[in-house]
Design a protein around this ligand. Structure first.
Ligand code: ADP
Length: 446
């Protein structure tokens, strides 16, 4: 087993990985920018190396600095966490070329799934149904118009290299499409350095349902159930739950079997998530994330399986520690993403956390790098905490979540806790009756 792991990330996810390493007797190396000198991930790690100034491109995305940090500290392996370099096939390859183990899938699988056009093609070949759309990328508005005539309006223009809900444009007719294509191309080029766009049928009332996979690359593939991530704002997830209140037993089984069979065929290794849209009883693949996901804790809460620990064991060459028959998914879990933002305008609210009190008790887990006196820097993602709650039933989970949200105090900065309090009191949410567009409507209601 590895003796020392470098964690190429920051914030709560760096802590999450540190915790798994600690429990496995592995020493940890934190890397950080100068904005994160006092960050909790730096404080808790066995060693830390400053890798550059605050902008992520100079620090958390600085591959030579990260590889140098691994070399001087004598790390055996590098865990990329999520975001930053986690889905960079080049980074994964370079880590291995420099003699370290990359704790994640092969560079080849990251590359295949990182481009949504090639990912959709791969999904079809693996027997996964995809959202109807253009056969590949569309070069310009004219090509898009041709494809849209086949697909039928409304269509969604999406970036092949997209992520984080960016670079997407809905077009309800030809006129809108002619504007949407160049706009989406420009945005895609600016954000992802790849201007390629493709078209998909725009689904009117889908749910976002994804499957958590663990695979060892030696034939062992299991799922840890599904997650319903339909509560979204600007295509970004706000709250996730498992199991999905929308699925019946047969639909769930079909979804989970399709996903695991596909990953076995692919020879996938490590943790991964296959994302689907679900509408009118049918599932359509949208993308695969070849990494740990923000919402992974809800799957851990219902399965009792430590996903990061399994990632590390698999990267070390061990077979999966579980067979599917041994995985018991019990009860219900919900995660609230708590962002340092105004809960109504969503304007970022970095600054000093003047008071801090975390909820606790049975079935409550908080993944956060906050502490009293810590200053949330303005340079990075606004996610500052994940409140994860487990109950034997969805109802118990909801009661517990309300109670935990009441207890949580984060003073000095604005957070989205009040938004979550409104959500857990909303009748549609309580009834499990929501799709990916529900939250945007709910936010304008007030
Ligand atoms: P990203 O990688 O940017 O997160 P995804 O392809 O995963 O992009 O899509 C993000 C979200 O956008 C989905 O969860 C869903 O809410 C919405 N979306 C994506 N494709 C479609 C579609 N064809 N129709 C309607 N909504 C979609």
């Amino acid at each position: 087993m590895f003796e020392k792991v470098l964690i190429a990330n920051r914030g709560e996810i760096a802590l999450r990985i540190h915790r798994a390493c600690r429990e496995m007797g592995i020493r940890t190396v934190a890397v950080h920018s100068t904005a994160d000198d006092n960050a909790m991930h730096v404080r808790l790690a066995d060693e830390s190396v400053c890798i550059g100034p605050p902008p992520a491109r100079d620090s958390y995305l600085n591959i030579p600095a990260i590889l140098s940090a691994a070399a001087i500290t004598g790390a055996d392996a590098i865990h990329p966490g999520l975001g930053f370099l986690a889905e960079s096939a080049d980074f994964a390859a370079m880590v291995e070329e420099h003699g370290f183990t990359f704790i994640g899938p092969s560079a080849e699988h990251i590359r295949l799934m990182g481009d949504k056009v090639t990912a959709k093609r791969a999904a079809v070949a693996l027997g996964i149904p995809v959202v109807p759309g253009s056969a590949g990328g569309v070069a310009d508005a004219a090509a898009a118009a041709e494809a849209a005539a086949q697909i039928g309006y409304p269509v969604l223009v999406k970036a092949a290299g997209g992520g984080g809900g960016r670079g997407m444009r809905v077009a309800r007719n030809l006129e809108e499409l002619e504007i949407a294509v160049p706009q989406a191309q420009g945005e895609a080029k600016a954000f992802f350095g790849n201007g390629e766009v493709y078209l998909e049928r725009y689904l009117g009332k889908p749910r976002h349902i994804e499957v958590q996979i663990l695979a060892d690359g030696q034939g062992g593939v299991i799922h840890l159930g599904e997650r319903d991530c339909s509560l979204q704002r600007k295509h970004q997830k706000i709250l996730e739950e498992t199991p999905s209140p929308a699925l019946n037993v047969a639909e769930r089984q079909q979804l989970l079997t399709t996903a695991t069979d596909a990953m076995r065929k692919l020879g996938y290794k490590s943790a991964g998530t296959i994302e689907f849209l679900y509408q009118d009883g049918a599932f359509f693949f949208i993308e695969m994330n070849t990494r740990l996901q923000v919402e992974h804790p809800i799957s851990e809460m219902v399965s009792g399986i430590d996903i990061v620990r399994e990632q590390i064991r698999i990267a070390d060459g061990a077979p999966l520690g579980y067979r599917q028959e041994e995985v018991r998914l019990a009860g219900h879990a919900i995660e609230c993403r708590i962002n340092a933002e105004n809960p109504e305008t969503f304007a970022p609210s970095p600054g000093c956390v003047s008071s801090y009190h975390v909820p606790g008790g049975l079935g409550v887990r908080v993944d956060s790098a906050l502490y009293q006196g810590y200053t949330v820097p303005p340079q990075y993602d606004s996610l500052v905490a994940k409140l994860v709650v487990h109950g034997t039933s969805r109802n118990e989970c909801l009661m517990r979540l309300r109670r935990a949200l009441e207890e949580y105090v984060i003073g000095g900065i604005e957070t989205t806790i009040p938004l979550h309090q409104r959500l857990v009191a909303a009748a549609d949410f309580i009834n499990g009756d929501y799709d990916i567009h529900w939250l945007e409507r709910f936010l304008t209601r007030r």
